[in-house]
Design a binder for this molecule. Structure first.
Ligand SMILES: [Zn+2]
Length: 446
């Protein structure tokens, strides 16, 4: 007897699409059958619905512990579940994990605070190189590195960066690098402040394309020289992809990460919305967003994640455009926005599953347990109604931020059910699971 059977769904993976039924036992996919087995305690009739593996969002900030007035794991993970995300990889700049002790404390703190499965990214500070191997051995999923002093995290200069890469490569670890050149962003800031600029357009000039390109070129080269697995975080424009490809061709283990704000927003939105479109690197011109969508489609971009970094409306309004927090909420709106693109014929659902589920799971070493629909995999599953029409609204947002940059956008396609290891956490579009269902993920043994 199985625990649950999802019957007659249109199952979509990265390489096939068929009508079938899935029987679940002990939280895992036990049988995939053409027609229902009808041998379970519970059933979901999924006729007319599409079944995909749960999304693996490898770049979220739930601020917990840390700035929990911005977000916490309970709200963040509920928002994730609503957005069809069943695994999150989290890091918080306000409370960085820098050693095994803080890692253990944070894992302990999160025990009953997540609705979805989770892993943690540690921060590599310049003086912490000796802590990286013990953290990796303890189960950290990645190391976050900054080439610029941002969100209170110090710059890794080339010496530190190179040594950190060599160290992380020595144990085949992975890093997620925020690439903006510190000297260039600092120089831009000084010049803009000297002429008393406080308009919204400072964001694009301060966090310039050149600052990003130069840092990416540098990091990509170092990734090749050291052999470290490196994800270039939140690529904001197409030239960055060219720089990454150049080193990929030379053998670098490099991956490009796209986030929805670079596909759906642009510099006109920054001009208009200021703090509510302030994130870094910023979105560029509409043409460049358009081109990034092409690159997302054709495989030149390998990963999609949200960089969910919420602030409340009040927090976004604090101080000048220079002072207010960077970052946007996104974990609950990313899959819906992508489903809408699928319905508009701009991308295939298979490609969305690849970018937002399979690839992150593979790079993180948690595939096929996560990111796949195969017998033996965790039953992390999402049922979609691809025809459902609805509107994204601030008042429906579960994240503590309480708003979305996509307020008012009409969407076709909605995640209706989310299952985490066979547990139904979202049923018919409403949260039914309790925090604590989510458990830490473990990397595959190599
Ligand atoms: Zn981030």
């Amino acid at each position: 007897m199985f625990e649950l059977e999802i019957m007659n769904a249109t199952i979509v993976t990265t390489n096939q699409r068929f009508v079938g039924s899935i029987s679940i036992k002990d939280g895992k996919i036990a049988v995939i059958s053409k027609s229902p087995l009808r041998n379970a305690e519970h059933y979901i009739n999924a006729e007319g619905l599409v079944l995909i593996p749960g999304m693996v969002d490898q770049h979220v900030h739930f601020m917990d512990p840390g700035e929990t007035e911005r977000e916490d794991f309970i709200h963040g993970s509920m928002a994730a579940a609503m957005g069809g995300v069943t695994t999150v990889i989290e890091h918080t700049h306000g409370f960085p994990v820098r050693n095994v002790q803080t890692f253990d404390e944070k894992m302990d703190h999160l025990k009953n605070r997540s609705l979805v499965d989770y892993g943690l990214t540690a921060h590599a500070f310049p003086e912490d190189i000796g802590n990286l191997k013990p953290l990796w051995d303890r189960g950290v999923m990645m190391f976050k590195i900054f080439t610029c002093t941002t969100h209170g995290i110090p710059t890794m200069n080339n010496d530190y960066l190179y040594r950190a890469f060599e160290e992380i490569a020595s144990f085949n670890g992975t890093c997620l690098v925020h690439c903006e050149d510190d000297a260039i962003t600092e120089g831009n800031e000084m010049r803009l402040r000297n002429v008393m600029r406080f308009d919204n357009e400072i964001i694009s000039e301060w966090r310039s394309e050149a600052a990003e390109e130069i840092a990416v070129a540098n990091v990509a080269l170092m990734a090749r020289l050291t052999g470290v697995n490196t994800i270039i975080a939140h690529v904001s424009h197409p030239l960055v992809i060219d720089l990454i490809k150049r080193e990929q061709v030379e053998g670098a283990n490099l991956y490009a990460e796209i986030c929805p704000q670079y596909l759906f927003l642009d510099d006109e939105v920054i001009k208009e919305k200021g703090p509510f479109a302030k994130f870094t690197p910023p979105a560029r011109s509409a043409d460049k967003s358009r081109k990034l969508l092409e690159l997302t489609n054709n495989g030149d971009i390998q990963l999609l994640s949200t960089d969910h970094a919420p602030s409340t409306v009040e927090q976004k309004m604090e101080g000048t455009i220079w002072d207010c927090n960077f970052g946007l909420p996104g974990v609950e709106t990313t899959l819906p926005m992508m489903l809408n693109l699928v319905n508009e014929g701009e991308i295939t659902l298979e490609q969305v599953v690849k970018l937002y589920s399979e690839m992150p799971a593979r790079i993180l070493g948690i595939y096929p347990q996560k990111g796949s629909i195969t017998v033996g995999a965790d039953a992390d599953l999402v049922l979609l109604d691809m025809k459902h029409k609805w509107t994204l609204k601030d008042e429906d947002i579960i994240s503590k931020s309480g708003w979305t940059p996509y307020d008012g956008i009409e969407i076709t396609g909605k995640p209706l059910y989310t299952l985490v290891r066979g547990n139904i956490v979202v049923e018919n579009g409403s949260i039914v699971g309790k925090p604590g269902i989510g458990k830490p993920v473990k990397r595959n043994e190599k």
